[in-house]
Design a protein around this ligand. Structure first.
Ligand SMILES: NC(=O)c1ccc[n+]([C@@H]2O[C@H](COP(=O)([O-])OP(=O)(O)OC[C@H]3O[C@@H](n4cnc5c(N)ncnc54)[C@H](OP(=O)(O)O)[C@@H]3O)[C@@H](O)[C@H]2O)c1
Length: 212
């Protein structure tokens, strides 16, 4: 990515997203931030442009992504709301193609399967639990991976276990096959996600990241 100063962020008002927004700003990036309820967002910065709307709305995503060099998403599924993961990715990829944007980094759980996995017992149990208890959401997340794997953008699907919403930082262990630990701090997720904007290592890959 040659130029990377304006990043479109979805989910930036959420718990992990706020760490990403804060770290992006501290690293000198500008942000176009999608919020459904901007009045609830406390952080004020001249480097944040807020776009009000919903990720499942294609036109909203078009205006969000216009003028950006990359996209980051930590959108999660809210109870009793329309499925968001796959539709958001469809909208994002369409707008990225329109504007010639190549880099897309998104965060999801460890329950998504890829053909490259060698999940151990704990990761398998977590995956099966999700399939059993939230089959529709799980299927939508899995569909997101299918959509990504047939797209030609430079995507990275970052898979994370239980998140500790703290500023604490530790060693980040990365694996393309299995989740090697039980949890990760939100600050470390933010660091890893932002590093991907200027690192090709995990392009078109789905790394598990964890603290151990
Ligand atoms: N929490 C965990 O322990 C955990 C564990 C594994 C993986 N994950 C994954 O990690 C990511 C971040 O999790 P989190 O716990 O930080 O999420 P979160 O606090 O629930 O925040 C999710 C964000 O997504 C936004 N969002 C949801 N639906 C939307 C829509 N239709 N349009 C626009 N924005 C929408 C929410 O906005 P509103 O405020 O407007 O609803 C919120 O800002 C998610 O992908 C989640 O599945 C989380």
């Amino acid at each position: 990515m040659e130029q990377k100063n304006i990043i479109a962020v979805l989910g930036g008002g959420g718990r992990t997203g706020k760490y990403i927004v804060t770290q992006l700003l501290s690293q000198g990036y500008s942000i176009k931030l999608l919020l459904r309820n901007p009045e609830n967002f406390q952080l004020k910065s001249p480097f944040i442009e807020i776009v009000k709307g919903d990720a499942i709305d294609a036109e909203t995503i078009r205006s969000l992504i216009a003028g950006c060099q990359a996209v980051i998403s930590t959108v999660s599924q809210r109870k009793d709301e329309p499925l968001v993961a796959s539709q958001a990715t469809i909208n994002i990829l369409k707008a990225m193609a329109e504007y010639g944007i190549q880099r897309y980094v998104l965060v999801a759980g460890i329950n998504i399967d890829t053909p490259f996995d060698r999940k151990g017992p704990e990761t398998n149990t977590a995956t099966e639990w999700m399939k059993m208890n939230f089959p529709v959401i799980q299927e939508d997340r899995q569909k997101t991976y299918s959509i990504l794997s047939t797209s030609d953008v430079d995507w990275t699907l970052v898979r994370v276990p239980f998140i500790d919403f703290t500023d604490s930082k530790g060693e980040i262990v990365v694996s393309l096959e299995d989740c090697r630990g039980k949890k990760i701090s939100a600050a470390d997720i933010a660091t890893f996600v932002i590093e991907q904007l200027s690192d090709d290592t995990y392009i078109r890959k789905s790394p598990f990241i964890t603290n151990i």
